[in-house]
Design a protein. Structure first.
Length: 311
């Protein structure tokens, strides 16, 4: 007999709690289903059911086989999708958890563009700053600055970004444009108190100690202050992407670089290879690369990314 057919019959019997109902579901006779289960028990040398006149009881071995058989068929479905990606219409919901506050506006705009391309994929986006939530597995995909190590999670580097200095045209008109990083202490600098750096702006050349009359632990608040001509902003490029496009902010000292900051994609192991999740990550990476937001790219072997970062 065919092992997969017998396993399908076994799963249906467990789900329906009855040979007759399972056989109806599979459009086969009860006698054929009974033979499949008997063959399976003989092949595996275990008892899968305790049969009585009133009910069907699944044994401990039966429960173990049921869980493994379900996973087997899930993997087979993934293999089918990999084998025929162009023929599969992707659909379903991706539960997305974002902890990277500066990236939320940019990633949200990418999500909206992604949904326009794949209208049958729904996105359920939750935003939070508590990294403990990442261990709950109540999400399909999380984007975080944290490189998590957990037995039930897969954590992969998505791409790297850098912080840059930005200012509004109004601020520059009033206070001038700094020509070197050594001139930054002479300017009113917006202080981000969230990550513990406080008044330290870290560049690859040196650490600059800055000061200013406006401090916040929220990237959006600091960006709003920068647009309102309050001071210079030191932030990741993607956090001010729309403001740069709309010319509300401009990059200051573009020749200066800062240490890379890595963004990580985190998924429960059981669904980390789902095609729709990898498709969304692929989209994030390709857009970040084309818009010059990413300074280094994910290993293509890590996430099946098709874009060459040198192109």
């Amino acid at each position: 007999m065919n092992m997969l057919s017998c396993l399908k019959g076994f799963i249906a019997t467990v789900d329906c709690k009855s040979f007759s109902k399972a056989s109806q579901k599979l459009y086969i006779s009860p006698s054929k289903l009974s033979k499949q289960i008997t063959w399976l028990e003989g092949e595996l040398k275990v008892t899968l059911f305790i049969r009585s006149t009133t009910r069907l009881i699944v044994t401990e071995s039966g429960h173990r086989l049921y869980e493994k058989a379900l996973r087997l068929f899930e993997q087979l479905e993934l293999i089918k999708k990999i084998a025929t990606p162009d023929q599969v219409e992707l659909k379903g919901t991706i539960k997305l958890y974002l902890t990277v506050t500066p990236a939320i506006p940019y990633l949200t705009s990418l999500c909206i563009e992604f949904m326009r391309q794949y209208p049958k994929i729904y996105l359920d986006i939750n935003v939070g700053s508590d990294t403990k939530e990442l261990y709950s597995s109540a999400f399909d995909l999380a984007i975080s600055f944290e490189d998590l190590k957990h037995s039930k999670l897969v954590c992969k580097k998505l791409f790297s970004i850098q912080r840059n200095v930005f200012a509004s045209p109004g601020y520059i008109a009033q206070h001038g444009l700094p020509q070197t990083i050594d001139e930054l202490p002479k300017h009113n600098c917006l202080i981000n108190s969230l990550y513990g750096l406080q008044n330290k702006w870290v560049f690859n050349k040196k650490i600059i100690h800055v000061s200013g009359n406006f401090k916040s632990n929220n990237a959006g608040v600091l960006k709003q202050a920068a647009v309102a001509n309050v001071g210079l902003l030191w932030a990741p490029y993607f956090s001010v992407y729309e403001e740069i496009k709309n010319e509300k902010l401009i990059q200051v000292l573009p020749h200066e670089s800062s240490p890379d900051i890595n963004l990580y994609a985190i998924s429960p192991k059981s669904i980390a290879d789902e095609q729709k999740i990898n498709l969304l990550l692929n989209y994030f990476c390709e857009k970040a690369l084309s818009e010059k937001i990413a300074t280094s790219f994910i290993d293509k072997h890590n996430l099946k990314i098709n874009t060459n970062p040198e192109n």
